[in-house]
Design a protein around this ligand. Structure first.
Ligand code: GMT
Length: 385
């Protein structure tokens, strides 16, 4: 295969989870940005990524369909994905594969790479690690050999924070350098008007609006969100928007009833893009147990929304204590409620908003795209040499 450089047009395969999670969002926004620079981007996954939107020149989607063969008690998604990657690379002459999340994407990609090499096609695999693929699955012995192999046989490995790099090196026997490329936002996506009708329905008397956005998994500690909110609600008029869905939602709803705050909390369910709810919010609550980056914190800041978060994982790399919000120990709901009161005081809120937006401007797609292109270029040079 001929050498390619970052300045030439690349044909890139992107593999990601198509769901609401941050890893899929980052992969999709990166793919769209690459396509808008003239590269050809092929998404390979089992469903259309939620952020893909409608037609965009240079963006293609290949669906991975697992057969329902009766012998398979557990449908072998990873193998079907591997075959699909091989097929798409061959048919569309892809230059490289950029896969997001270790299991099963990186492990399928390194297998696809080996299969392709048998026919003389050398396709580098760039693996981006996102979070629980390392921080939770890394503690599960049943995945360890596979994740370790996928990391060590990828051509380039990136993590979305320094904290995740440290975790990866601590939990796995990593034999290669890991590069940190932080997550990003497109600030221009936030240059639009807030839906004030939506806000006034939620808060007719103009009371502040708090917001939580997640997949409502245990790691997000959504009942802490309700605890924090109830403590604030006891001291001032305030409303809470709960965006997303997942296994912890019934517990969170039950806690609202127990704490008698149901009338001030709106559970919106899944929303394709958090920008609308963020634009009508004054403060984001993100008290997660672990968070390798916390993309939603960055998205909130880009919408001028300060953040109260736990001080775990990559969150301190994004949220700056006492400037763009506050960071507290996991579970310290009293301190988080006090912080919220401090931010919402009339003299403080505007400054927190301004600083949050300014901080988000340090993590833009414009600064991240050249880094990924440089990584692609280097990986291509390596396989060609
Ligand atoms: O790892 C996960 O649990 C899912 C993943 C996702 O797809 O949302 O989240 C991780 O990746 C995001 C994008 O890089 C990060 O912003 C999240 O902090 C991270 N989640 C966790 O570490 C819990």
């Amino acid at each position: 295969m001929s050498k390619s450089s970052a300045t030439s047009v690349l044909r890139i395969g992107i593999v990601c989870y198509p769901t609401f999670g941050g890893s899929g969002v980052v992969a999709t926004e990166l793919g769209k940005a690459l396509a808008s620079q003239g590269h050809e981007v092929h998404f390979i996954t089992y469903n259309q990524p939620v952020r893909l939107g409608s037609f965009q020149p240079g963006v293609y989607y290949h669906e991975v369909e697992v057969s329902k063969y009766p012998l398979f008690e557990y449908p072998p998604y990873e193998l079907v994905l591997t075959s699909k990657m091989v097929e798409v690379v061959q048919t569309h002459e892809l230059n490289l594969l950029h896969v997001h999340y270790a299991i099963p994407h990186a492990s399928a990609a390194v297998n696809a790479k080996r299969i392709l090499a048998e026919s003389g096609r050398n396709v580098p695999v760039i693996t981006t690690l996102h979070g629980t693929d390392i921080t939770l699955l890394g503690k599960d012995a049943s995945f360890k050999p596979v994740i370790t192999h996928a990391i060590n046989t990828s051509d380039v490995v990136t993590t979305v924070s320094q904290s995740l790099k440290n975790d990866t090196e601590r939990l796995f026997e990593v034999s290669k350098d890991i590069e940190v490329v932080h997550n990003f936002v497109s600030p221009r996506h936030y240059e639009r008007r807030a839906d004030l009708e939506f806000r006034s329905k939620l808060s007719p008397q103009g009371k502040p609006v708090l917001c939580h956005i997640s997949n409502f998994r245990p790691v997000k500690r959504v009942t802490d969100v309700i605890e924090i909110f109830a403590r604030i609600r006891a001291r001032m008029e305030v409303a809470l928007l709960m965006v997303g869905d997942g296994p912890e939602r019934p517990h969170a709803e039950a806690r609202c009833r127990e704490l008698d705050v149901v009338d001030d909390v709106l559970f919106l369910g899944k929303v394709k893009n958090p920008i609308e709810p963020l634009l009508i919010s004054d403060l984001l609550l993100l008290p997660s147990e672990t968070e390798s980056f916390g993309l939603v914190a960055l998205e909130a800041m880009a919408a001028s929304v300060p953040v109260i978060s736990s001080n775990v994982g990559g969150l301190p790399e994004v949220n700056v204590h006492a400037e763009t919000g506050f960071l507290r120990d996991v579970g310290d709901v009293d301190a988080m409620a006090n912080d919220a009161m401090a931010i919402l005081s009339p003299n403080a809120l505007a400054d927190f908003k301004t600083r949050a937006k300014a901080r988000a401007a340090e993590f833009t797609i414009e600064s991240v795209l050249p880094r990924y292109l440089e990584i692609y270029d280097r990986a291509l040079q390596q396989v060609d040499s």
